[in-house]
Unconditional design. Structure first.
Length: 335
């Protein structure tokens, strides 16, 4: 388990250029995180929340200003070299491989950096290239790779030391849907093998698919933690059922209102686009059948019925107090 206690990171910055007044920016402000083996843990938050800073500390690339990080009981700052053998980092959108070297040469180079013994390294390079579908491009210089191929090689690089813990900072950034799906499969497999994974991602459907436990942070501090289902329940981001009634009447409206009240929620009534009454009921359970039954029993004719699952994105946006998708119009939260 990777465990952080009261983790803090401040940066000294200069306002208005090199000779401007000094300012202190707190990127990570007292985080207690637990990243157990055998599970994918999510770290979510808006731009600038402190996700990358946290991940860089866990990867030993940044020293914390204060607080502690332990990896299976080992202090990460004091024993950085030892810890580094057991961790690796994959960041999307950043070039973490060398263009002049081939795919296989890159992996050999990084394997040596991690002190992987030659007898282990040789077969592992072949296995990893196979895992990420680059066997055919093993001897091609990386500068001739496409972006997706480069990213896949970065993933192989992240696994070269057979890490017990893998830190993924937006690993699918800029990947095509099929490659991103392959990567999700690989990540799920790594956790199933018993590795601990920490994931940040723009794509909350990806987080929802992979993560059993999610931390939501803002300004370097905790906002919430729990499973995606718990976060949705906590923020009232329920699944919604929308029914169009083609022959509305005041009696029918009060029957719908009573039905919802019996479930402990409020029915929302409005005009349907195609005419008639649009009834919306948000509830954690699937209430489509009972709602339709109540409408029919009250003499209503149903013109349409739609069930929308609550998304983790709704929950995270509610938690961060944001109403618009913050990542430039993408369906995203972490950016
Ligand atoms: N080297 C640095 N010097 C000064 N400030 C920094 C430095 N690195 C990060 N920061 C600041 O710390 C805060 C947290 O940044 P960080 O990159 O950890 O956020 P993030 O959650 O990864 O954001 P994003 O979603 O945009 O990737 C931001 O306000 C950022 O400007
Ligand atoms: Mg970041």
């Amino acid at each position: 388990m990777i465990r952080t206690r009261a983790l803090r990171k401040t940066f000294r910055t200069r306002e208005k250029g090199l000779f401007g007044p000094r300012a202190v920016k707190t990127a990570v402000d007292g985080l207690d995180l637990e990243i157990p083996a055998g599970r994918v843990t999510g770290l979510l938050g808006l731009n600038g929340a402190g996700k990358t800073s946290t991940i860089k500390i866990l990867a030993t690339l940044l020293r914390p200003t204060s607080g502690t990080v332990t990896l299976d009981g080992l202090d990460l700052v004091e024993h950085a070299r030892e810890a580094r053998r057991r961790i690796n980092l994959i960041a999307g959108g950043e070039r973490m491989v060398y263009g002049k070297l081939t795919g296989a040469e890159n992996l050999r180079y990084f394997g040596h950096l991690y002190d992987v013994p030659g007898a282990v390294l040789r077969p592992r390079i072949g296995e990893l290239l196979e895992l990420v579908g680059l066997t055919g491009a093993a001897d091609t210089p990386v500068e001739r790779y496409s972006r997706g191929m480069t990213q896949r090689l970065s993933i192989a690089r992240g696994l070269i030391n057979d890490p017990a813990y893998l830190l993924l900072d937006e690993p699918t950034l800029g990947l095509d849907a099929p490659i991103a799906r392959d990567l999700r499969r690989v990540v799920a497999g790594l956790a199933a093998e018993g590795r601990g994974v920490l994931l940040t991602s723009h794509y909350l459907t990806e987080v929802e698919e992979l993560c059993e436990h999610v931390y939501v942070i803002s300004d370097g501090r905790h906002l919430a933690a729990g499973s995606p289902a718990e976060l949705k329940a906590e923020t009232g981001s329920h699944r919604s059922v929308r029914v169009t009634v083609t022959n509305p009447s005041p009696e029918l409206e009060s029957a719908v209102v009573d039905f919802a009240l019996r479930l402990g929620v409020r029915a929302e009534l409005g005009a349907a686009e195609q005419g008639g009454l649009l009834v919306t009921v948000r509830h954690p359970e699937d209430v489509a059948g009972p709602l339709a039954g109540a409408i029919v029993a009250a003499g209503g004719a149903i013109g349409g019925l739609e069930v929308t699952e609550a998304s983790l994105e709704d929950a995270v946006l509610a938690l961060t107090g944001s109403t618009a998708s913050p990542a430039g119009g993408r369906s995203a939260v972490s950016a």
